[in-house]
Ligand binder design. Sequence first.
Ligand SMILES: [Fe+2]
Length: 217
Amino acid sequence: MNSHYPFELPPLPYSYNALEPYLDSETLKFHHDKHFKAYVDNLNQALEKLPAYQNWTLERLIRENYRLPFQVQTAVWNNAGGVYNHNLYFNLMEHPGNQEPEGKLHSAILSAFGSMDKFYQKLKTCAQSQFGSGYGWLVADCRGRLKVLNTLNQDTPLPRGFCPVLLVDVWEHAYYLQYQNRRGEYLDAFMRLINWAAAEENYLGCFARPMQRPGRK
Ligand SMILES: [Fe+2]
């Protein structure tokens, strides 16, 4: 994906049926090809006539959203968040396996939550309790300590100063075709799909860059 405008839809990093039976191909195809693509297209459209902001990265468009012209702030906030969140989400799943994280992330999870089972339960409870559309997150603070939280719509934890490690999409478009209203079953399935190597990479990346101070939004 380009680091700035024009943003591009990254290809799905696996085939449409690679995550079955936990996520079926129809769900993945609609989610990636229609919903994710719409956020990319709408973000580009919002920035089309704003050359002064076309070299801004996705993260900057989110963190410094308040510096954009007022009339495009909401469109950029929602669609930049949609692009950022979906890019993370699709890269955090892999073919089903029972692998657990290793190394620094595993230690940090045990330190924060006590066990992997307690972490899974906390993330599930948090994501399930998100009213309406949003995400459940595992994030790191400026000292690398982990926390589970949820966000509404296409908000991200970036403006609050947290570094994203893992997220699960609980918009109905992420699971309704296969699971209808059974969000809990979808969350159980997601836990089996976590690409822990990608999550570990995200976590280590949190130490590779200075943590940003929270923005205004
Ligand atoms: Fe989504």
